[in-house]
Design a protein around this ligand. Structure first.
Ligand code: LER
Ligand code: MN
Length: 271
């Protein structure tokens, strides 16, 4: 069954971005639960930000699942990426994500590699850079397997990465890896910029998709932009997707209304 999810940002250094709820874990979870969301996706500064037993108790209290954990703080706070030319930085990036994998795995949730994938930097070789990404995904994919979860790799739009921007190129890259434990994140906002046809892309990549970010063309809650969600939802359902559809969208006009708009859209298209 497809399940609804909403994002909560808990990184003090970041004060604005595409996350629906902000700063306060407990009140965000309370609101998510009241609106009928099935799950939350967390964006935290580190793997040890939230006490494990406290989160377990809150998830039980509010009848929510943890769908996934974001790793972007590794880049934003510490400047770490998996494709930095400096091997020491790559090592630290792998270690940061490895800890995040363990944090999520305690709740059955995978970690997401978005901005921590980095870029091919000016003056550097693309093939070499991709070999660093492959090396990291091999290690982290197998790490996730050991703790009974999977890893999520997210193609981003061209303004955020020059590695892979589409589901097709992302899928082809994953197919070159030995590990079969890395899945793809289909972020509808990035796809709106990069894909020729969202529906075709979703169907073609269906065996790789393990998570979906739910945002409209302008990265506001679904229904506030011009994405043709009817046909995108049909493609998601036809593809046999059975994971979380997670609102990674701006808190516009505010968190409460963005959350309400999201759950109404989710129910309209997926219930
Ligand atoms: C993360 O999920 C994402 O979509 C990125 O745009 C964040 O940099
Ligand atoms: Mn995303």
């Amino acid at each position: 069954m497809i399940k609804s999810c909403v994002t909560i940002a808990l990184v003090p250094q970041i004060t604005y971005g595409p996350w629906i709820f902000w700063n306060d874990l407990e009140s965000s979870m309370e609101k998510a639960s009241e609106l009928g969301f099935d799950a939350i996706e967390l964006f935290t500064p580190a793997s040890d930000t939230i006490d494990q037993s406290e989160l377990l108790a809150l998830l039980a209290k509010h009848k929510l699942e943890l769908a996934a954990v974001g790793t972007g703080a590794g880049k934003v706070i510490h400047g770490l990426t998996l494709t930095d030319p400096d091997p020491e930085i790559r090592k630290k990036a792998i270690s940061f994500i490895s800890d995040m994998i363990e944090f999520g795995a305690a709740f059955g949730a995978p970690a997401i590699i978005g901005s921590m994938q980095g870029n091919v930097l000016a003056g550097h070789d693309r093939e070499k850079t991709l070999s660093w990404l492959a090396e990291a995904l091999e290690i982290l994919g197998e790490k996730a397997k050991k703790v009974d979860t999977f890893l999520i790799y997210e193609p981003l739009n061209r303004y955020e990465t020059n590695l892979f921007n589409t589901l097709k190129t992302g899928s082809e890259f994953l197919e070159t890896l030995n590990t079969k434990n890395v899945k793809l994140l289909a972020d509808l906002f990035h796809m709106n910029i990069e894909e020729t046809d969202l529906e075709d892309s979703i169907i073609a990549a269906s065996q790789h998709i393990g998570h979906i970010h739910f945002a409209d063309s302008n990265r506001k809650a679904i229904g506030l932009g011009h994405t043709a969600m009817d046909s995108v939802a049909n493609a998601i359902k036809t593809s046999g997707y059975a994971g979380f559809i997670s609102a990674e969208a701006f808190p516009e006009p505010n968190s409460k209304e963005a959350a309400l708009q999201t759950i109404q859209s989710f129910n309209k298209y997926f219930r």
